[in-house]
Design a protein around this ligand. Sequence first.
Ligand SMILES: *[C@@H]1O[C@H](CO)[C@@H](O)[C@H](O)[C@H]1NC(C)=O
Ligand SMILES: *[C@@H]1O[C@H](CO)[C@@H](O)[C@H](O)[C@H]1NC(C)=O
Ligand SMILES: *[C@@H]1O[C@H](CO)[C@@H](O)[C@H](O)[C@H]1NC(C)=O
Length: 295
Amino acid sequence: MGRRTTNMLVEVALFATMIFMSPAISEANLFVFGDSLYDSGMSLYSGVEGVGAAYFPYGLRHYLDQPAGRYSDGFIIPDFLARRVGLPLLQPFLAPGIKNYSQGINFASARACVPVENCFEAMNWKAQLGYFVEMVQDLKQQVGKIEAKRLLSKAGYLFNIGEDDYVNHIRNLPHLFQQDSYIKQRLGNLTILIKTIYKEGGRKFAFQNIGPLGCMPSIKYALGYNGTCAPEAQELAKLHNAAFAALAKRLETTLPGFKYSLFDFYTTLYKHILHGDAYGTYVTFPLFDLIYFIA
Ligand SMILES: *[C@@H]1O[C@H](CO)[C@@H](O)[C@H](O)[C@H]1NC(C)=O
Ligand SMILES: *[C@@H]1O[C@H](CO)[C@@H](O)[C@H](O)[C@H]1NC(C)=O
Ligand SMILES: *[C@@H]1O[C@H](CO)[C@@H](O)[C@H](O)[C@H]1NC(C)=O
Protein backbone atom coordinates (compact mmCIF):
# COMPACT_ATOMS: atom_id res chain seq x y z
CA MET A 1 0.00 0.00 0.00
CA GLY A 2 1.53 3.29 -1.07
CA ARG A 3 1.39 6.75 0.32
CA ARG A 4 -1.69 7.78 -1.57
CA THR A 5 -3.86 5.09 -0.05
CA THR A 6 -2.35 5.65 3.36
CA ASN A 7 -3.00 9.39 3.27
CA MET A 8 -6.52 8.92 2.00
CA LEU A 9 -7.23 6.34 4.67
CA VAL A 10 -5.92 8.59 7.40
CA GLU A 11 -8.17 11.38 6.21
CA VAL A 12 -11.15 9.09 5.84
CA ALA A 13 -10.49 7.62 9.28
CA LEU A 14 -10.41 11.08 10.84
CA PHE A 15 -13.60 11.94 9.02
CA ALA A 16 -15.22 8.73 10.33
CA THR A 17 -14.10 9.34 13.86
CA MET A 18 -15.68 12.76 13.76
CA ILE A 19 -19.04 11.45 12.61
CA PHE A 20 -19.11 8.69 15.15
CA MET A 21 -17.57 10.56 18.08
CA SER A 22 -20.38 9.21 20.23
CA PRO A 23 -21.99 6.90 21.12
CA ALA A 24 -20.03 3.64 21.14
CA ILE A 25 -18.85 2.50 17.71
CA SER A 26 -20.67 -0.83 18.10
CA GLU A 27 -23.88 1.17 17.79
CA ALA A 28 -22.93 2.99 14.59
CA ASN A 29 -25.33 3.45 11.72
CA LEU A 30 -24.93 5.48 8.58
CA PHE A 31 -27.15 6.99 5.89
CA VAL A 32 -25.50 8.08 2.67
CA PHE A 33 -26.61 10.67 0.09
CA GLY A 34 -24.75 11.66 -3.02
CA ASP A 35 -23.59 11.00 -6.54
CA SER A 36 -21.32 8.52 -8.30
CA LEU A 37 -18.51 8.98 -5.77
CA TYR A 38 -20.76 7.40 -3.11
CA ASP A 39 -22.95 5.18 -5.32
CA SER A 40 -22.84 1.59 -4.05
CA GLY A 41 -25.15 0.30 -6.76
CA MET A 42 -28.31 2.49 -6.67
CA SER A 43 -27.90 3.38 -10.32
CA LEU A 44 -28.01 -0.31 -11.24
CA TYR A 45 -31.63 -0.30 -10.05
CA SER A 46 -32.79 3.23 -10.84
CA GLY A 47 -34.08 2.37 -14.29
CA VAL A 48 -31.99 5.14 -15.84
CA GLU A 49 -30.39 3.92 -19.00
CA GLY A 50 -26.63 4.16 -19.42
CA VAL A 51 -25.69 4.54 -15.77
CA GLY A 52 -24.58 1.87 -13.34
CA ALA A 53 -21.01 0.68 -12.93
CA ALA A 54 -21.66 -2.93 -13.78
CA TYR A 55 -18.74 -3.59 -16.06
CA PHE A 56 -14.96 -3.83 -16.24
CA PRO A 57 -12.73 -2.11 -15.11
CA TYR A 58 -14.92 -1.23 -12.13
CA GLY A 59 -14.36 -3.51 -9.18
CA LEU A 60 -10.95 -4.57 -10.44
CA ARG A 61 -9.34 -4.73 -7.01
CA HIS A 62 -10.23 -4.94 -3.32
CA TYR A 63 -13.89 -5.69 -3.72
CA LEU A 64 -15.16 -9.11 -4.70
CA ASP A 65 -12.91 -8.92 -7.78
CA GLN A 66 -15.91 -8.05 -9.89
CA PRO A 67 -17.91 -4.95 -10.80
CA ALA A 68 -20.17 -4.16 -7.87
CA GLY A 69 -22.06 -1.06 -8.95
CA ARG A 70 -19.36 1.23 -7.63
CA TYR A 71 -17.58 3.75 -9.86
CA SER A 72 -14.30 2.60 -8.43
CA ASP A 73 -11.79 -0.18 -8.76
CA GLY A 74 -12.61 -1.14 -5.19
CA PHE A 75 -14.09 0.50 -2.15
CA ILE A 76 -15.72 3.90 -2.13
CA ILE A 77 -15.56 6.30 0.82
CA PRO A 78 -18.83 5.05 2.42
CA ASP A 79 -17.35 1.51 2.33
CA PHE A 80 -14.21 2.61 4.17
CA LEU A 81 -16.32 4.43 6.73
CA ALA A 82 -18.66 1.48 7.22
CA ARG A 83 -15.76 -0.92 7.71
CA ARG A 84 -13.98 1.46 10.02
CA VAL A 85 -16.94 1.51 12.42
CA GLY A 86 -17.68 -2.19 12.11
CA LEU A 87 -20.71 -1.98 9.85
CA PRO A 88 -21.42 -4.23 6.87
CA LEU A 89 -21.10 -2.50 3.50
CA LEU A 90 -24.24 -0.41 3.05
CA GLN A 91 -26.70 -1.68 0.49
CA PRO A 92 -28.23 0.61 -2.10
CA PHE A 93 -31.77 1.55 -1.08
CA LEU A 94 -33.26 0.27 -4.34
CA ALA A 95 -31.60 -3.16 -4.19
CA PRO A 96 -34.28 -5.82 -4.34
CA GLY A 97 -35.28 -7.71 -1.22
CA ILE A 98 -36.17 -6.78 2.34
CA LYS A 99 -33.62 -4.53 3.96
CA ASN A 100 -32.78 -3.99 7.60
CA TYR A 101 -32.34 -0.25 8.07
CA SER A 102 -31.03 -0.41 11.64
CA GLN A 103 -27.46 0.00 10.48
CA GLY A 104 -28.23 2.45 7.69
CA ILE A 105 -28.59 2.42 3.91
CA ASN A 106 -27.14 4.16 0.87
CA PHE A 107 -29.27 6.51 -1.28
CA ALA A 108 -26.41 7.88 -3.41
CA SER A 109 -26.75 7.50 -7.15
CA ALA A 110 -24.58 8.39 -10.10
CA ARG A 111 -25.41 11.66 -11.88
CA ALA A 112 -27.36 12.96 -8.91
CA CYS A 113 -27.59 16.71 -8.89
CA VAL A 114 -29.37 19.44 -7.07
CA PRO A 115 -31.76 21.35 -9.36
CA VAL A 116 -34.37 18.79 -10.33
CA GLU A 117 -35.08 20.33 -13.73
CA ASN A 118 -31.51 19.70 -14.88
CA CYS A 119 -31.38 16.04 -13.97
CA PHE A 120 -34.94 14.74 -14.32
CA GLU A 121 -33.62 11.40 -15.48
CA ALA A 122 -31.35 10.76 -12.53
CA MET A 123 -31.65 10.37 -8.79
CA ASN A 124 -31.58 14.01 -7.77
CA TRP A 125 -31.60 15.29 -4.20
CA LYS A 126 -35.43 15.34 -4.10
CA ALA A 127 -35.62 11.70 -5.15
CA GLN A 128 -33.05 10.78 -2.48
CA LEU A 129 -34.99 12.77 0.10
CA GLY A 130 -38.20 11.00 -0.95
CA TYR A 131 -36.52 7.62 -0.46
CA PHE A 132 -35.26 8.74 2.94
CA VAL A 133 -38.79 9.68 4.05
CA GLU A 134 -40.06 6.32 2.78
CA MET A 135 -37.25 4.54 4.62
CA VAL A 136 -38.14 6.33 7.88
CA GLN A 137 -41.70 4.96 7.62
CA ASP A 138 -40.38 1.44 6.99
CA LEU A 139 -37.91 1.71 9.85
CA LYS A 140 -40.72 2.69 12.22
CA GLN A 141 -42.60 -0.42 11.13
CA GLN A 142 -39.51 -2.58 11.57
CA VAL A 143 -38.45 -1.46 15.04
CA GLY A 144 -41.25 0.75 16.41
CA LYS A 145 -41.46 4.54 16.60
CA ILE A 146 -39.35 5.04 19.70
CA GLU A 147 -36.47 2.84 18.58
CA ALA A 148 -36.64 4.39 15.09
CA LYS A 149 -36.30 7.86 16.58
CA ARG A 150 -33.33 6.68 18.64
CA LEU A 151 -31.61 5.09 15.64
CA LEU A 152 -32.20 8.16 13.46
CA SER A 153 -30.83 10.58 16.03
CA LYS A 154 -27.63 8.67 16.70
CA ALA A 155 -26.95 7.93 13.02
CA GLY A 156 -24.28 9.57 10.88
CA TYR A 157 -25.49 11.28 7.68
CA LEU A 158 -22.93 11.42 4.93
CA PHE A 159 -23.23 13.74 1.91
CA ASN A 160 -21.54 14.31 -1.39
CA ILE A 161 -23.83 16.06 -3.80
CA GLY A 162 -23.64 19.08 -6.09
CA GLU A 163 -20.47 18.46 -8.03
CA ASP A 164 -22.22 17.21 -11.17
CA ASP A 165 -24.25 20.45 -11.29
CA TYR A 166 -21.14 22.51 -11.72
CA VAL A 167 -19.65 20.10 -14.21
CA ASN A 168 -22.76 20.34 -16.39
CA HIS A 169 -23.05 24.06 -15.86
CA ILE A 170 -19.51 24.73 -17.04
CA ARG A 171 -19.84 22.36 -19.97
CA ASN A 172 -23.09 23.98 -21.10
CA LEU A 173 -22.22 27.61 -20.42
CA PRO A 174 -18.45 27.80 -20.43
CA HIS A 175 -18.40 31.60 -20.52
CA LEU A 176 -21.46 32.43 -18.50
CA PHE A 177 -21.06 31.06 -15.01
CA GLN A 178 -23.60 33.28 -13.15
CA GLN A 179 -21.99 32.17 -9.97
CA ASP A 180 -23.80 33.82 -7.11
CA SER A 181 -27.41 32.94 -7.85
CA TYR A 182 -26.32 29.52 -9.06
CA ILE A 183 -24.57 28.71 -5.81
CA LYS A 184 -27.39 30.21 -3.75
CA GLN A 185 -30.04 27.98 -5.33
CA ARG A 186 -28.00 24.86 -4.71
CA LEU A 187 -27.34 25.72 -1.11
CA GLY A 188 -31.04 26.57 -0.66
CA ASN A 189 -32.02 23.13 -1.91
CA LEU A 190 -29.37 21.34 0.16
CA THR A 191 -30.61 23.21 3.23
CA ILE A 192 -34.07 21.72 2.71
CA LEU A 193 -32.52 18.25 2.51
CA ILE A 194 -30.46 18.72 5.66
CA LYS A 195 -33.30 20.30 7.64
CA THR A 196 -35.71 17.50 6.71
CA ILE A 197 -33.25 14.94 8.06
CA TYR A 198 -32.74 17.09 11.15
CA LYS A 199 -36.52 17.14 11.72
CA GLU A 200 -36.55 13.35 11.65
CA GLY A 201 -33.93 13.38 14.40
CA GLY A 202 -30.65 13.49 12.43
CA ARG A 203 -27.90 15.32 14.33
CA LYS A 204 -24.52 14.10 13.08
CA PHE A 205 -23.67 15.20 9.57
CA ALA A 206 -20.55 14.68 7.51
CA PHE A 207 -19.99 16.55 4.26
CA GLN A 208 -17.43 16.22 1.53
CA ASN A 209 -16.79 19.42 -0.39
CA ILE A 210 -16.62 19.50 -4.17
CA GLY A 211 -13.41 18.59 -5.93
CA PRO A 212 -11.00 20.58 -8.12
CA LEU A 213 -13.35 20.84 -11.10
CA GLY A 214 -10.85 22.69 -13.26
CA CYS A 215 -8.57 19.63 -13.40
CA MET A 216 -11.21 17.39 -15.04
CA PRO A 217 -10.33 16.61 -18.66
CA SER A 218 -13.90 17.28 -19.87
CA ILE A 219 -13.92 20.69 -18.18
CA LYS A 220 -10.54 21.61 -19.62
CA TYR A 221 -11.82 20.57 -23.01
CA ALA A 222 -14.98 22.67 -22.65
CA LEU A 223 -12.91 25.67 -21.63
CA GLY A 224 -10.20 25.10 -24.22
CA TYR A 225 -7.62 25.03 -21.47
CA ASN A 226 -4.26 23.29 -21.96
CA GLY A 227 -2.69 23.53 -18.50
CA THR A 228 -3.14 21.31 -15.45
CA CYS A 229 -6.31 22.88 -14.00
CA ALA A 230 -8.50 25.61 -15.51
CA PRO A 231 -8.51 28.53 -13.06
CA GLU A 232 -12.06 29.79 -13.59
CA ALA A 233 -13.52 26.35 -12.84
CA GLN A 234 -11.27 26.02 -9.80
CA GLU A 235 -12.58 29.39 -8.67
CA LEU A 236 -16.19 28.25 -9.00
CA ALA A 237 -15.48 25.13 -6.91
CA LYS A 238 -13.76 27.23 -4.27
CA LEU A 239 -16.65 29.72 -4.15
CA HIS A 240 -19.15 26.90 -3.67
CA ASN A 241 -16.99 25.28 -1.01
CA ALA A 242 -16.57 28.51 0.92
CA ALA A 243 -20.31 29.22 0.76
CA PHE A 244 -21.09 25.68 1.84
CA ALA A 245 -18.67 25.86 4.76
CA ALA A 246 -20.39 29.06 5.88
CA LEU A 247 -23.81 27.41 5.55
CA ALA A 248 -22.72 24.44 7.67
CA LYS A 249 -21.47 26.82 10.38
CA ARG A 250 -24.77 28.71 10.26
CA LEU A 251 -26.75 25.49 10.63
CA GLU A 252 -24.63 24.55 13.62
CA THR A 253 -25.44 27.82 15.35
CA THR A 254 -29.15 27.79 14.50
CA LEU A 255 -30.10 24.11 14.91
CA PRO A 256 -29.66 22.84 18.48
CA GLY A 257 -27.57 19.66 18.66
CA PHE A 258 -26.50 19.82 14.99
CA LYS A 259 -22.91 18.61 14.61
CA TYR A 260 -20.91 18.24 11.45
CA SER A 261 -17.53 17.53 9.96
CA LEU A 262 -16.35 18.64 6.55
CA PHE A 263 -13.88 16.61 4.48
CA ASP A 264 -11.74 18.86 2.29
CA PHE A 265 -11.89 16.67 -0.79
CA TYR A 266 -10.87 19.62 -2.98
CA THR A 267 -7.46 20.02 -1.35
CA THR A 268 -6.83 16.30 -0.94
CA LEU A 269 -7.54 15.49 -4.57
CA TYR A 270 -5.77 18.60 -5.86
CA LYS A 271 -2.57 17.55 -4.05
CA HIS A 272 -2.81 14.13 -5.68
CA ILE A 273 -3.28 15.68 -9.12
CA LEU A 274 -0.36 18.07 -8.74
CA HIS A 275 2.00 15.49 -7.24
CA GLY A 276 0.66 12.23 -8.67
CA ASP A 277 4.08 10.59 -8.94
CA ALA A 278 4.60 10.94 -5.22
CA TYR A 279 1.50 8.88 -4.50
CA GLY A 280 1.69 5.87 -6.79
CA THR A 281 2.74 4.35 -10.10
CA TYR A 282 1.12 3.89 -13.47
CA VAL A 283 0.56 0.43 -14.89
CA THR A 284 -0.60 -0.15 -18.45
CA PHE A 285 -3.01 -2.81 -19.66
CA PRO A 286 -2.44 -2.56 -23.43
CA LEU A 287 -5.02 -5.26 -24.12
CA PHE A 288 -7.74 -3.04 -22.71
CA ASP A 289 -6.22 0.24 -23.83
CA LEU A 290 -6.08 1.20 -20.19
CA ILE A 291 -3.61 3.05 -18.01
CA TYR A 292 -4.15 2.25 -14.39
CA PHE A 293 -2.89 4.14 -11.35
CA ILE A 294 -1.76 1.95 -8.47
CA ALA A 295 -1.43 3.61 -5.10
C1 LIG B 1 -31.35 -5.67 12.04
O1 LIG B 1 -30.00 -5.37 12.34
C2 LIG B 1 -29.77 -5.15 13.72
C3 LIG B 1 -28.35 -4.70 13.89
O2 LIG B 1 -27.47 -5.64 13.32
C4 LIG B 1 -30.11 -6.41 14.50
O3 LIG B 1 -29.92 -6.18 15.88
C5 LIG B 1 -31.57 -6.80 14.23
O4 LIG B 1 -31.85 -8.02 14.86
C6 LIG B 1 -31.82 -6.91 12.75
N1 LIG B 1 -33.26 -7.08 12.53
C7 LIG B 1 -33.76 -8.01 11.73
C8 LIG B 1 -35.25 -8.05 11.61
O5 LIG B 1 -33.04 -8.79 11.14
C1 LIG C 1 -34.04 25.03 -5.31
O1 LIG C 1 -33.62 25.00 -6.65
C2 LIG C 1 -34.54 25.52 -7.57
C3 LIG C 1 -33.97 25.29 -8.92
O2 LIG C 1 -34.01 23.92 -9.18
C4 LIG C 1 -34.75 26.99 -7.28
O3 LIG C 1 -35.71 27.53 -8.17
C5 LIG C 1 -35.23 27.15 -5.84
O4 LIG C 1 -35.30 28.53 -5.54
C6 LIG C 1 -34.27 26.47 -4.89
N1 LIG C 1 -34.82 26.49 -3.54
C7 LIG C 1 -34.29 27.25 -2.58
C8 LIG C 1 -34.97 27.18 -1.25
O5 LIG C 1 -33.29 27.90 -2.74
C1 LIG D 1 -3.53 23.85 -26.79
O1 LIG D 1 -2.64 22.91 -27.34
C2 LIG D 1 -2.86 22.68 -28.73
C3 LIG D 1 -1.95 21.55 -29.15
O2 LIG D 1 -0.65 21.71 -28.63
C4 LIG D 1 -2.63 23.98 -29.50
O3 LIG D 1 -2.87 23.76 -30.87
C5 LIG D 1 -3.58 25.04 -28.98
O4 LIG D 1 -3.33 26.26 -29.60
C6 LIG D 1 -3.44 25.19 -27.47
N1 LIG D 1 -4.50 26.08 -27.00
C7 LIG D 1 -4.28 27.04 -26.11
C8 LIG D 1 -5.49 27.82 -25.70
O5 LIG D 1 -3.17 27.29 -25.66
